[in-house]
Ligand binder design. Structure first.
Ligand code: IPE
Ligand code: IPE
Ligand code: MG
Length: 225
């Protein structure tokens, strides 16, 4: 039987370079990137073998960027969630955030909360946005939350994480070969795919061809096949 890409995780990289290559501001790339989020999410929602799509939208390290870019990203996120509320519902897609949301503005947290609650019963796909997310921060928060419960096990720590689901297929666009603090625990046995395509140019067709390759890989999980 071929592998099923039940949980796909994507590092959506390359928005800034894509915009700059056209002589535009980096923010233009983020706007275009948000449109690609919509189309890739819709594609995954239409394919029943995919249960979960986790997208890296803002890392715990992205606060180092210029204030104006960070402010733009926060506004874009709020605008995106407000305008996509009906798209989630129409496509039966559940929205879930991961990451430390406590740092966000009240109005952004309210929108996140509202879309999460509104889509709770949707079950075609869970789209999980990683917001102020860092794998190390997630693990540290999980360890702190578990400290009083005796010795930590792999299972107990997994259950204390923001994301309790192993990643099957992890994709990074934008040409770099690194995890940048994404899904450090969950990607332990993920298949890693890197593409030079910048995120604003990524497409459902390219995702489909990656999934096709993924299905042919022999996943051994340390055993022998
Ligand atoms: C990814 O694209 C989006 C975020 C990190 C928010 P970048 O903004 O990192 O684009 P490049 O990598 O600089 O081209
Ligand atoms: C990773 O991209 C974070 C997101 C896609 C949200 P970065 O552009 O922040 O990663 P580095 O800095 O190149 O490692
Ligand atoms: Mg980048």
């Amino acid at each position: 039987m071929s592998n099923q890409p039940r949980h796909i995780a994507i590092i959506m990289d390359g928005n800034g370079r894509w915009a700059e290559a056209q002589g535009k501001n980096r923010t233009y790339g983020h706007e275009k990137g948000a449109e690609i989020v919509r189309s890739i999410t819709t594609y995954c929602g239409e394919h029943s073998e995919i249960d979960r799509l986790t997208l890296y939208a803002f890392s715990t390290e992205n606060w180092k960027r210029p204030k104006l870019e960070v402010e733009f990203l926060m506004k874009l996120l709020e605008k995106y969630l407000k305008s996509e509320r009906s798209t989630y519902l129409d496509n039966n897609i559940r929205f879930e955030p991961i990451g430390d949301l406590s740092i966000f503005s009240k109005s952004l947290r309210n929108v996140i909360d509202d879309v999460q609650k509104a889509t709770e019963g949707c079950n075609a796909l869970t789209q999980c946005l990683a917001l102020n997310y860092g794998g190390r921060d997630e693990i540290v928060r999980a360890v702190n939350a578990s400290r009083e419960n005796g010795a930590i096990t792999v299972e107990s720590l997994t259950n204390a994480l923001d994301c309790t689901h192993d990643v099957d297929l992890l994709i990074r666009t934008g040409g770099d070969h690194r995890l940048s603090n994404f899904m450090m625990w969950q990607a332990a046995y993920a298949e890693l795919f890197f593409t030079k395509t910048l995120w604003p140019e990524f497409s459902a067709d390219e995702l489909e061809s990656i999934i096709k390759k993924f299905k042919t890989v022999e996943r051994r999980f340390g055993g022998l096949n």
